[in-house]
Ligand binder design. Structure first.
Ligand code: FNR
Length: 396
């Protein structure tokens, strides 16, 4: 194995060329659209559409991608970029690269190994996996795949405080180092592709492993989920979220866990302020990959405004539209400390399981490292707004 934990990610490019010299071409498609197509062929149409689709007309998904095209990198020459360090510090912890795996629920739709494969792939590269509440695999099982690997837990904040407390306690006990509370999913977005098929995986009990394995959740059921899945699904639907919650409710959440709390789905600078005021530890600027509000602002458009609102007081993560190393560079230059990778690794999982996820992560970081170096930078910390210009701007 050429790529271990110490090789620069950029070496992955050499590996692919050397394989080519032996007459072997990459089995996993290199270009994003082809990768998506390769995954599509492996998936049930309902599963493919569940991942590929977004809310309404999918205009937000488009806006996410377009927002990146409006910024251009202005590469700088003749700087020493031979030694590179991609690591970043988030709160107390050092991350090997400014990339974490976004919480993507119901991975059982994509591959039999589901979140177990994703957890092992992330662990093999020392990257942090954010496990969804709505996973096909329980947090304890995910932790057992790679006990030493860095992992965070994404929380869909349930109605019942006791269930919330139980989720957080289990996460702490299973070695999850932070909790990411997703704010933008009080209801499922109006997803036309899923509606056309009448497809909602949760109604079939898929993606509910963390609920069905929870002692507090189970205690509230008339019979165990294994015997009476319908009642269990009904209880999940009643518990999933409490749309009446307001910022003040974070005070109670804060008391339920000692883990650092990130909030995911912040787009407006005033919400960033509000989050800061209630004492969260970090923000994730995201529009959930365009799956919630159709016609929303592209996530990257919000990023510099959110950074300006909170200054350097908090770490900011970013997702929604990261498809390349250049996208990563732009997000970091506009104020993110790290990005979350979403759909690309889901396609890797669908196409090739654990190996597919690992390959996608390696490629993304090889691309990022080379783009960084070729633009004149040797670490993420050197990136500022000065690395970019707005497309068509007269000066930079
Ligand atoms: C998601 N996302 C998500 N977010 C979250 O907080 N909890 C979850 O369970 C899920 N589940 C989920 C399933 C699928 C199929 C997708 C595609 C996305 C959102 C995810 O964390 C991230 O915000 C987006 O994927 C980012 O957009 P792109 O870059 O993937 O387009």
């Amino acid at each position: 194995m050429l790529e271990g934990m110490s090789e620069p990610f950029s070496k992955h490019q050499d590996t692919i060329y050397l394989e080519g010299l032996q007459g072997r071409r990459p089995e996993l498609a290199m270009a994003y659209d082809q990768l998506k197509e390769q995954a599509r062929k492996k998936l049930r149409p309902s599963a493919y559409d569940y991942v590929a689709g977004g809310a309404g007309s999918e205009d937000t998904m488009q806006a996410n991608l377009e927002a990146f095209r409006r910024w251009r990198i202005v590469p700088r020459m003749m700087r020493n970029v031979e030694e590179r360090d991609l690591s970043v510090k988030l709160l107390e912890a050092t991350h090997r690269a400014p990339l974490l795996l976004a919480p993507i629920g119901v991975q059982g739709l994509l591959h039999d190994e589901a979140e177990r494969a994703t957890a092992r792939a992330a662990a093999s590269l020392g990257l942090t996996y954010i496990l969804s509440t709505a996973a096909s695999t329980s947090m304890e099982e995910v932790a057992a795949q790679a006990p030493q690997a860095p992992r965070w837990f994404q929380l869909y904040w349930p109605r019942d405080p006791e269930l919330t407390e139980s989720f957080l306690k289990r996460a702490e006990e299973s070695g999850f180092a932070a909790v990411v509370v997703t704010l933008d999913t009080r209801y499922l977005g109006y997803r036309v592709r899923d509606l056309s098929r009448g497809f909602n995986p949760f109604l079939k009990g898929e993606g509910l492993a963390n609920y069905f394995s929870d002692p507090v959740f189970r205690a509230a059921l008339p019979a165990p989920p294994e015997e009476d899945p319908e009642s269990a699904v009904r209880h999940f639907l009643a518990q999933f979220s409490d749309p009446s919650m307001i910022w003040d409710d974070f005070k109670t959440l804060r008391e339920l866990t000692s883990l650092p709390i990130f909030v995911k789905g912040v787009l407006h600078p005033e919400d960033a302020h509000a989050a800061l005021d209630v004492g969260v530890d970090g923000l994730v600027v995201s529009n959930h990959g365009g799956r919630q509000v159709d016609g929303s602002v592209g996530a990257l458009e919000a990023l510099p405004k959110v950074r300006a609102a909170v200054g350097d007081s908090l770490p900011i993560l970013f997702d929604s539209g990261i498809r390349s190393g250049a996208d990563m560079l732009k997000a970091l230059a506009l104020g993110a400390d790290a990005v979350l990778l979403g759909r690309p690794y889901a396609w890797g999982l669908a196409a090739q399981g654990e190996e597919g996820v690992r390959e996608i992560l390696l490629r993304m970081l090889a691309d990022f490292e080379l783009t960084l170096a070729l633009s004149g930078y040797s670490s993420p910390g050197q990136l500022t707004r000065q690395a970019l210009t707005e497309a068509g701007a007269a000066d930079f």
